[in-house]
Design a protein around this ligand. Structure first.
Ligand code: FES
Ligand SMILES: [Fe+2]
Length: 417
């Protein structure tokens, strides 16, 4: 057996078996963590934030990913810009991580000053022949898809984000996420590798035993199940659910709301999956009683019965419902620490205490995220133990994990590992 600490990354990729979780070293080693940052967080499209986080000219959000820091901002022409947070003088960070409001980007070290476009406007004591025109802040490739900002740090970003854009633009349009606002944000640092965070999110095998709040509105059957392991009563319920699902999907599609599952998860660069899910019970929203949390609906929505547009990426999961949306971004911090940043979005004119109650809006996903953090920590601790060996995925409930692990290995290979 390969020593998980002594073998090369390539050898670890070699021994990953189809249908099984990854070899331990791929989850726990520091060199793999560095490789992951390079491959999955520099060379692929990464979900990085929202246009509505920077609604006005001068609003900026700084996001750190490993050694890289980027500034997402809105310039004076109300255009989104994304630039590297590295001064072109001697490299100082210009802004700290987090949100701020600025009229110019001023480097605190020697006051080189940049326009919100990133152009260098002022550089004292550099002499009259100094050429400012070639010393703007480095731009970052970005794509706003219905108000969701994806960035890519590669010189030539993967082109198959076009598919994500083509699929999601019509799905997201009625929710008008550009004109939403962040009603609440929570950062949770999970004590586990980012791939365990993503695996945990891609199955609902664990939902019924761990997520009582979520299961009021979420139907775990939608993420796969073994028909032979259901009791006669459960089988009847499952059949009723899938009949309703087929009927609703057909009706939603007929009403002009794309709903069918679309996935690009293998043999691709940009990994995504979307599906309009049924909301159980009252059917409106992911709240404690499945009724809407905000009486002012998102965008142009007039209906609360359009389910949940679910969208996955390799570092995100999102739920768009009539009254609100929940969007989660995953950023690896170290081999065994992962930031999960969750934002709750409502219509920009919705007023807390009048149109929505913050507790009702946030309760389900605060609880669910905390429960998931606990599961990921347990998972990472077990993978660190010498007794761990790659486990078999359920062919029913964990098919998406096999897709993810396969995509992970393929993309590592494609980038020379
Ligand atoms: S490093 Fe930014 S002004 Fe000198
Ligand atoms: Fe979960």
């Amino acid at each position: 057996m390969l020593n998980k600490f002594a073998s090369s990354i390539s050898a670890l990729l070699d021994i990953r078996a189809q249908g099984h979780s990854l070899p331990a070293g791929l989850y726990v080693r520091d060199d793999v963590f560095e490789a992951d940052l390079d491959v999955f967080f520099s060379r692929h499209w990464v979900y990085a934030g929202l246009e509505c986080e920077v609604p006005e000219a001068g609003d900026a959000v700084v996001l750190d990913i490993g050694k890289i820091s980027v500034i997402i901002l809105r310039d004076d022409d109300n255009e989104i810009r994304v630039v590297r947070n590295v001064c072109r003088h001697r490299g100082s960070r210009i802004l700290d991580a987090g949100s701020t409001v600025i009229s110019k980007l001023v480097c605190p070290y020697h006051q080189w000053t940049y326009e919100l476009t990133g152009e260098l406007a002022y550089a004292p004591h550099m002499g009259k022949d100094f050429d400012k025109s070639c010393r703007g802040l480095k731009p970052v490739h970005f794509r706003s898809i219905g108000g969701l900002i994806y960035i890519c740090l590669a010189d030539t970003p993967p082109e198959d984000i076009d598919n994500l854009e083509a699929v999601m633009l019509p799905r997201l349009a009625p929710y008008d996420i550009r004109n939403a606002k962040v009603a609440h944000q929570v950062d949770v640092i999970e004590e586990g590798n980012w791939k365990l965070t993503m695996e945990n999110n891609r199955e609902c095998y664990h939902c019924s035993a761990n997520h009582p709040e979520l299961c009021v509105s979420f139907v775990d059957l939608d993420f796969g199940f073994d028909p032979d392991s259901l009791s006669a009563e459960d089988r009847e319920q499952a059949e009723a659910h899938f009949a309703m699902y087929a009927e609703r999907t057909e009706r939603w599609e007929a009403d002009g709301f794309p709903s069918a599952t679309v996935e690009q998860v293998r043999n691709c660069e940009t990994n995504f999956r979307t599906q309009r899910l049924i909301i159980a019970g009252a059917g409106e929203s992911q709240t404690e009683d499945a009724t809407a949390a905000s009486s002012k609906l998102l965008g142009q929505m007039t209906r609360k019965d359009l389910g949940d547009v679910h969208l996955w990426g390799h570092n995100s999961w999102n739920h768009f419902m009539g009254d609100h949306a929940v969007t989660s971004m995953v950023i690896p911090l170290s081999a065994d620490k992962t930031l999960v940043r969750t934002k709750w979005l409502v219509h920009k004119d919705a007023v807390e205490g009048v149109d929505y109650d913050l507790h009702k809006l946030t309760h389900v996903w605060i609880e669910t995220t905390n429960q998931d953090a606990e599961l990921v920590a347990r998972s990472h601790a077990g993978v660190m133990d010498p007794a761990y060996e790659p486990g078999v995925y359920s062919p029913f409930s964990e098919r998406a994990l096999d897709d993810f692990a396969t995509w992970y290995v393929d993309r590592m290979r494609a980038h020379g590992y």
